[in-house]
Write a protein that binds this ligand. Structure first.
Ligand SMILES: C[S@@+](CC[C@H](N)C(=O)[O-])C[C@H]1O[C@@H](n2cnc3c(N)ncnc32)[C@H](O)[C@@H]1O
Length: 750
């Protein structure tokens, strides 16, 4: 790898990646927060309003206050909010720590349903102060179980501006570690009663290791509509799907283009940026950013939206990219005015003039001033368009720059692009294809004829975009491709002309079951699956041997997987719904339910369900193997009538009793000979206990479990069990392999 590429790689990986999800425990050594070049640069650019520069610099030097986003699906998120407001926020708001008065956290006005909160505490304070220990534990535990995200306020903006609907096909181009991906998934599942929304998220990252952060993030949401893939976004392959008996190119309704950037907007958190900042990061990244953005708009459906964002304040990475994209698009793209979409958020309109500075401090206002010796480093697309009329027509003022001192946040840049027509370099003799309403190919409105470029999937000899053509981008003679050829910083040209070979790619295969697969025989009868259960959406990860785990994806993702296995590096997809249970067969079915897939599966299961009360759940989550008689009468009677084996423990909220949780709760369990138990990962146990009003808290000595409602023993038991490893996760899913009565495993208990 050459020096330049090493530098680039370093920039991409280290710059701003971990602005979210750095964890509540991360910290930095003290670094002097001075950088003269940075100050000079931003003073000269004139991005900061007159008279505010000192405030800007002062805010940059202050630690970033923690912001919290409540994640998860609607009714659960509401319950967490209730818990936070009624308990944890109240506990901390009177406190004074190190002569700092802790203020009550405030909801972010522009984030819907009070799901995002701003505190005046830094992460360090929350982590270190003994007075905040309970709050800290709550945050750590709920973050681990996916119910809370410590996410920078500004980083929550792009998914909101995408205006996601549940049928949208979404591409998240540079997705790791995945805080925005999580938002996108949540938005798809806005109706909790629909287990398989029509839309999906394909979350991509070039860094294989970081893809696993994405998997972890996505897994917490248990969605069958997410796929994690591993490609360079600047040439991510065009995918194809079956549609109306033919093949179509998959155009996305929404694209999130949250590109790698120099990250100077994150200096409040990633304070080593103070030391490292020079303009060369921006100059290096500009080309990649533009190539990624171009690839994004190529794959966007006409009528679709793409959000471009960076946490850099630098116009070279921001307005310059947008201006270049708009110019190349020749009217196919427009900047949307998103000013009404973020009520109460203060932002600065995008700028129309900026200059360029080299690492050595030399300034250039125009491409014509750049000596040819610098032409590999400095590109024409880095400068604002010269023609004032053209420039005004781009409406760069619709871009949004969020400045740290305006509302005590990080710095951020975001722009919303709407695609009005195919990109000009893809437009060659577009062919009209009649559209019929369809579930899978519906990236365009059903009543609009679909525009397929020549050479699209339908027409290529080898039947798809991964062949010679790669759909929209097979344009060796187009201006775009010409520009790309031989120019280091120019837009990415056509993707490889040969079928992509996925070197070194080691993931297990994704194998779909057929409807008559023998595993369904016992599953069907044991769980009394409803006739509409989509068996074709069930998959395993092995071609050979016994199937250990069964996963499900939505019909639309199945379509994507089946049509693109040759060209796509899929790291993970699907939610686990069943796992083989070593002794299961003797109880009528070899497969037990998996907690992570229970909300997906449960609508199709008509037997093996026990309705439980709040008190029952407390018993089930705090005792290891309670006797059936520990359940309340109703649940006890149901359990007695049921044979041994895997069960669903289902709580249905009672709207007439608002003191109880108002969200449905479903837990996987096992009905033993005389006892019953829930198989729920540790953090989820704690989460549900908190929803039920049981405070789960462990002080430094492992003591100090308390309860609000007299459930002290239960909470203590849960914590003790956890400490003793009783509730430790049994497999990668965190579910325990059931101990079976009758055999030697449970006989001493029952
Ligand atoms: C700012 S981070 C993305 C943050 C993410 N969207 C989130 O909200 O959690 C940029 C990501 O881009 C990835 N990246 C860098 N170059 C890339 C490329 N050429 N294609 C795809 N991803 C890339 C990095 O690995 C990094 O994970």
């Amino acid at each position: 790898m050459g020096k330049r590429s090493r530098q680039r790689q370093k920039n991409q990986n280290a710059s701003r990646d971990d602005r979210d999800n750095a964890g509540w425990g991360a910290g930095y050594a003290d670094i002097i927060k001075e950088n003269k070049l940075f100050e000079d640069y931003y003073k000269e650019q004139g991005l900061i309003p007159e008279g505010e520069f000192d405030q800007f610099m002062e805010a940059m030097r202050e630690p970033l206050p923690a912001t919290i986003r409540i994640t998860g699906y609607k009714s659960h998120a509401k319950e967490i909010l209730h818990c936070l407001k009624e308990k944890y926020f109240k506990d901390i708001q009177e406190l004074e720590i190190d002569s700092q008065k802790i203020e009550a956290p405030q909801p972010l006005s522009w984030y819907p349903d009070e799901q995002a909160w701003h505190t005046n505490m830094s992460r360090k304070l929350i982590r270190k102060s003994p007075l905040l220990e309970k709050f800290h534990q709550f945050l750590v535990s709920e973050t681990e179980s996916g119910n809370i995200s410590r996410q920078e306020a500004v980083s929550m903006i792009p998914p909101l501006l995408l205006k996601i609907e549940s049928h949208h096909k979404i591409l998240d181009m540079c997705a790791a570690p995945g805080s925005k991906t999580a938002q996108l998934i949540e938005m798809l599942h806005s109706d909790m009663d629909v287990p398989f929304p029509e839309g999906f998220v394909i979350a991509n990252d070039v860094d294989n290791k970081r893809c696993y952060l994405l998997v972890h993030q996505a897994k917490r949401l248990n969605s069958p509509c997410i796929m994690v893939v591993n490609h360079d976004a600047s040439c991510i392959p065009m995918l194809q799907i079956d549609s109306d008996g033919g093949k179509d190119i998959l155009f996305y309704d929404r694209v999130l283009c949250d590109v790698p950037c120099s990250g100077d907007g994150t200096m409040r958190k990633n304070i080593d940026v103070w030391k490292k900042w020079t303009t060369s990061n921006s100059l290096h990244l500009h080309g990649l950013q533009l190539r990624i953005a171009v690839r994004g708009v190529e794959q966007l459906a006409v009528g679709g939206r793409m959000v471009y964002s960076t946490c850099s304040l630098n116009p070279i990475e921001d307005e310059a990219i947008i201006a270049a994209l708009l110019e190349k698009s020749e009217g196919a793209l427009e900047l949307a005015d998103a000013s009404a979409d973020l009520p109460g958020l203060k932002w600065m309109p995008g700028v129309t003039s900026w200059k360029l500075m080299t690492k050595e401090g030399q300034w250039f206002s125009d491409w014509s001033e750049v000596p040819s010796s610098r032409h590999t480093q400095i590109r024409p697309t880095m400068f604002p368009p010269k023609d004032p009329e053209k420039l005004a027509g781009l409406h760069l003022e619709r871009c949004m720059r969020i400045l740290p001192h305006h509302q005590n946040t990080g710095g951020f840049f975001v722009a919303v692009l709407v695609k009005k027509a195919p990109m000009p370099w893809n437009k060659r003799h577009p062919k009209l294809r009649k559209s019929a309403p369809t579930q899978t190919g519906g990236s365009l409105a059903a009543d609009v004829p679909r525009l397929l470029p020549e050479g699209s999937a339908e027409e290529t000899e080898d039947g798809g975009p991964g062949g010679r053509g790669d759909g929209e981008t097979e344009n060796a003679g187009t201006p775009l491709a010409q520009e790309a050829a031989g120019k280091q910083d120019a837009v990415c040209g056509p993707p490889p002309s040969k079928k992509q070979k996925l070197f070194g790619y080691k993931e297990d295969p994704f194998v779909f079951l057929t409807e008559d697969d023998p595993v369904f025989t016992s599953i069907q009868s044991f769980y009394d699956l409803s006739p509409d259960f989509p068996k074709r959406n069930v998959l395993t990860r092995t071609h050979e041997g016994k199937k250990r785990h069964l996963y499900m994806v939505s019909k639309e993702l199945r379509n994507v997987l089946l049509n693109n296995s040759e060209r796509m590096k899929v790291i993970n997809t699907g939610v686990k719904v069943w796992s083989r249970n070593s002794d299961g067969e003797e109880f009528g079915c070899a497969f037990r339910l998996a907690q992570e897939g229970i909300y997906t599966l449960q609508p199709y299961i008509r037997s093996r369900i026990i309705r439980v009360s709040v008190e029952d759940i407390k018993v089930l989550l705090t005792q290891e193997n309670p006797f059936l008689s520990k359940l309340e009468d109703d649940a006890h009677a149901q359990a007695k009538q049921m044979g041994m084996g895997s069960i669903v423990l289902k709580y249905i909220p009672n709207p007439n009793n608002p003191s109880e949780p108002q969200c449905p709760i479903q837990l996987c369990g096992w009905r033993g000979k005389t006892s019953i138990r829930a198989f729920v990962p540790r953090n989820e146990r704690f989460h549900y206990l908190r929803l039920l009003g049981v405070e789960v808290f462990r002080d430094k000595q492992g003591l100090g479990q308390k309860s609000r409602d007299g459930a002290k023993e239960e909470a203590a038991a849960a914590t003790k069990a956890e400490q003793e490893g009783e509730l430790e996760n049994g497999d990668e899913n965190g579910s325990l392999e059931p101990k079976i009565e009758g055999g030697n495993k449970e006989s001493s208990i029952s």
